[in-house]
Design a protein around this ligand. Structure first.
Ligand code: ADP
Length: 473
């Protein structure tokens, strides 16, 4: 890792006037300085991407695929360095970071393969003198704004699908975790990406974000982050009627029906709740347990939580630190609110040690609909428990949110499986499983969880325009 990183603009590392510090959330140690591109650097990156687009869009799918394949190989070769960097800047345990590198790399490979299969369509025309067809073309310069909780995978899922489609990219990673993305930038140079195809800028998000949204040379915004910022990006992009994809917050229900296999449900809960200390948009946020099995399941959960080690992600912990002091104050305020409204802390409920961000896995029972912990994303290792007695009651409670990203449920009854998928208003389901992430998953949600899907067979669609032709022969 370098001590100081610039922006990657037009194939070169560029310095600016201001810089900011990146810290390890485990011990607040300084990891590196990163230059803030500010307005001038942002405009330079747009210029670079715009110029490169003129030639990149004319390359063949095969050529673009080859660049991405060699980028993919370099990411895999540098797996340990990337994983260590992810853990140091975002805190998650090293084994999770290794999984993230593989998951993130799978999007590079998948995009490189999918572009080879991309095609338009020719129709049987209603008039014999006419040919009617459509072709697909890249949308143009893409601005990708990514979050801190998956510093690698959220980058590759967006950037590589865009580049494969023939778009050029300006990436703005989270200011909390820019280092992994910057190492990806170094690898893109090693993979000999042509100048300006992949640009990376960092800095004050408000300044950079506003320019990216309002500049008419940027044709697309692709964003993963909070619903609040997603709404702002939509507003700022409206004057240029920009193409926009948003992957926003979630408030995932995790339902354990009375016929569930409880050891399967426990394993699912650990996966869906404690990955990245509960700081993912698909983390199980509200745990609904059928009354009949609640005591038994709760005792299994608490027994398991006692065995989880909270600590330094580099040293074999199961749960790392929260990302920031702001994240910790949100967690504390959710706990306070829950206690005030009758919630009961059954396990954890506080930091492992003072002046740290190491929050103990926590169980709160007697959770009610009017509590913040029910209504908002907690982004923490808290398990809020709500009991239910029948299917329609739990479906109503689960749907009682403006979000609609992921949902999990556990049952052996196939009729109930089908009905519950139909009745729950969410975009992705884990059934008898707490793991749903894959390059095959059309990742995204309903309602205020966003617009569009990423990854999957549809992964290139957000970065392609359709041109229809009606040709009189
Ligand atoms: P979180 O609350 O999970 O940190 P955010 O939505 O704040 O999520 O951040 C996700 C990404 O959005 C980060 O890259 C961050 O820098 C960026 N961001 C935050 N505020 C703005 C803004 N006003 N305009 C553009 N990007 C922003």
């Amino acid at each position: 890792m370098k001590k100081k990183y610039g922006s990657l603009i037009n194939g070169k590392w560029v310095k600016h006037k201001k810089s900011f510090i990146v810290q390890n959330p485990y011990d607040f140690s300084k990891l590196a300085d990163v230059f803030d591109a500010e307005a001038d650097g942002t405009l330079d990156a747009i210029k670079s991407a715009n110029k490169a687009f003129l030639s990149w869009k004319k390359t063949s799918a095969e050529e673009r695929s080859k660049y991405l394949k060699s980028f993919h190989n370099l990411v895999i070769e540098n797996k340990k360095l990337l994983a260590k960097t992810i853990t140091m800047e975002c805190g998650k345990p090293l084994f999770e970071s290794m999984v993230e590198v593989e998951y993130g790399a799978s999007f590079i490979d998948w995009s490189a393969n999918q572009i080879l299969r991309s095609c338009g369509k020719i129709f049987e025309s209603p008039e014999s003198s006419k040919k009617m067809f459509y072709i697909k073309e890249p949308v143009g310069v893409v601005a990708a704004i990514t979050p801190w909780n998956f510093p690698l995978a959220m980058v590759t899922r967006k950037v590589c699908a865009a580049i494969a489609s023939g778009c050029t990219v300006i990436l703005k990673p989270s200011e909390l975790t820019p280092l992994t993305a910057l190492i990806l930038g170094e690898l893109s140079l090693k993979a000999k990406f042509p100048k300006g195809v992949f640009n990376i800028i960092n800095g004050e998000p408000k300044v950079i974000g506003e320019i990216l949204c309002k500049n008419s040379n940027v044709k697309k915004i692709t964003f993963t982050g909070s619903t609040k910022v997603g709404k702002l990006l939509m507003k700022n992009s409206s004057d240029t009627v920009k193409n926009i994809s948003l992957e926003l917050g979630g408030n995932a229900p995790f339902i354990v029906f009375e016929d569930a296999d409880l050891s399967e449900a426990l394993e699912g809960l650990i996966n869906a709740k404690f990955r990245n200390a509960g700081q993912t948009c698909i983390s199980a946020n509200r745990i609904f347990i059928h009354k009949k099995i609640s005591e038994k399941f709760l005792s299994l959960v608490i027994k398991k939580l006692k065995s989880l080690k909270v600590g330094n992600g580099l040293l074999n912990s199961d749960i790392g630190p929260l990302i920031s002091k702001e994240a910790l104050s949100k967690v504390n305020s959710h706990i306070l609110d829950a206690k005030k409204k009758g919630g009961s802390i059954k396990f954890g409920g506080k930091l492992l040690k003072p002046n740290s961000l190491l929050f103990k896995p926590t169980v709160i029972t007697n959770v009610k609909k009017d509590m913040d912990i029910f209504q908002k994303e907690n982004f923490s290792p808290i398990v809020p428990i709500i009991l239910f007695e029948n299917d329609s009651e739990v479906v109503d409670m689960a749907n009682n949110t403006e979000y609609g990203l992921a949902a999990y449920f556990f049952t052996k009854n196939s009729k109930r499986v089908w009905e519950t998928i139909n009745n729950l208003e969410f975009g992705m389901f884990g059934i008898n499983s707490g793991k749903i992430s894959s390059y095959l998953n059309p990742f995204g949600g309903l309602n205020e969880s966003g617009i569009g899907r990423e990854g999957s067979f549809q992964c290139l669609e957000p970065f392609l325009e359709t041109k229809f032709v009606s040709w009189n022969l």
